[in-house]
Design a protein around this ligand. Structure first.
Ligand SMILES: *Cc1c(COP(=O)(O)O)cnc(C)c1O
Length: 370
């Protein structure tokens, strides 16, 4: 059994993917070829966001909007500490200061009430400019955008949705990547919409940000590649990666449905043995991960391993305790909810094609070892 089996999907649409790859081989436009535009178009339709820019990774899909917002030293950007490092890494990379805000104990997403407290604290200290907020759609569930957007509006900040895991999810009927000023997602193979390499996409409704992203993607180009009006990077999505994604987009909505069925079954059968994920009524999760809590996760995980069932821990150490952010001066105890969850959480196999037999095997093993 695999934690995420990408081959099941490949078997289903291999002919279409092969044909798309052959098209690229034939037309030869390997850099920003027509498939990149086609994918951008398809995903604006899918998400409801106005503009999309295909980029080289999910990390670039967060870094580039921050560059477009001209974030730098002296600027505060608020984000949760219970996430993948990229969320806060991009802030620090630009010389700005990540300010962590603890998570909600039931959704594991940024706690919107604690966000305003953190903003007021930074404001009162008077050392940093209030610039932006990066909520994370953790494990596939969108964060609390109404509350977060309200705080952003009140204090004149932008919101950049980290939808690397949330792509395909829904908040109050609206799709992830359309929930605030701008968004970034990842096409890393294991993400809900994954390609066969690295890739990502930025989304925004703001024309000015969109135009800046197009420039930043190609070394800060102005009228052409050799007219450089700002510092940018090589942040392009490969044509081949876009081509591989196009047939995957066709079946993506159905795959999100299949993930709901797996999650629903896990929820029903496991709720008395582990703390199962809580998804708000107003949300649909993209189920990038199916993560549960147990006080002795090592016991459960090693039992599952014995039965040939892989698990993973996202995330064992919150970002405020990582050496990479030691200079920010945080310590153990600063974000108790993140710390508590980090000590109990682990994820079970989750992908659209996880069959009932495998599900039953996993369910029985969790019951046995929990
Ligand atoms: C995967 C991930 C990223 C980074 O995406 P890459 O494509 O690996 O660069 C950023 N944020 C979160 C929450 C992620 O899970």
């Amino acid at each position: 059994m695999q934690f995420i089996d990408l081959m099941a999907q490949q078997a289903r649409i291999k002919d279409k993917i092969d044909a798309r790859i052959q098209d690229v081989m034939a037309h030869g436009k390997y850099i920003l070829g027509p498939e990149v535009k086609e994918l951008e178009q398809k995903l604006t339709e899918f998400t409801g966001a106005k503009y999309a820019v295909g980029v080289a990774s999910g990390t670039d899909a967060l870094l580039m909007p921050l560059m477009a917002y001209e974030i730098g030293p002296g600027d505060a950007v608020f984000c949760p500490p219970f996430t993948f490092i990229a969320t806060a890494e991009v802030v620090k990379l630009l010389g700005a200061t990540p300010v962590f805000v603890d998570i909600d104990a039931s959704t594991y997403n940024m706690d919107a009430a604690k966000l305003e407290e953190a903003v007021i604290k930074v404001k009162e200290k008077g050392k940093l400019n209030l610039k932006g907020i990066i909520p994370v759609d953790l494990f596939g569930q969108p964060a609390d955008y109404d509350e977060i957007n309200a705080v952003a509006d009140k204090y004149g900040m932008f919101v950049l949705e980290d939808a690397a895991q949330g792509f395909g999810g829904t908040y109050k009927g609206k799709k992830a990547c359309s929930l605030s000023h701008s968004a970034g997602t990842s096409f890393f193979p294991a993400k809900p919409l994954g390609t066969y390499g690295d890739g990502g996409m930025c989304f925004t409704n703001d024309k000015d940000i969109y135009e800046k992203l197009l420039s930043i993607r190609v070394h800060g180009k102005g009228t052409n590649k050799y007219d450089n009006v700002r510092v940018g990077l090589n942040g392009r999505l490969d044509t081949l990666m876009a081509a591989i994604l196009l047939p995957k987009v066709e079946i993506f909505a159905e795959e999100i449905e299949l993930r709901q069925e797996v999650a629903k079954r896990y929820n029903e059968k496991l709720k008395d043995y582990v703390t199962v994920p809580y998804v708000k009524d107003e949300n649909i999760s993209a189920w990038a991960q199916y993560s549960v809590l147990h006080d002795d996760r090592e016991k459960v995980m090693s039992g599952l391993k014995e039965e040939g069932i892989p698990t993973a821990v996202y995330y064992p150490k919150p970002l405020h305790l990582q050496d990479a952010f030691a200079d920010l001066g945080y310590k153990y105890g600063d974000f108790p909810v993140s710390e508590d969850i980090a000590g109990k959480i682990f994820s079970l196999p989750m992908y659209p094609y996880l069959g009932k037999e495998d599900q039953d095997k996993i369910i029985e093993a969790v019951k046995k070892y929990s």
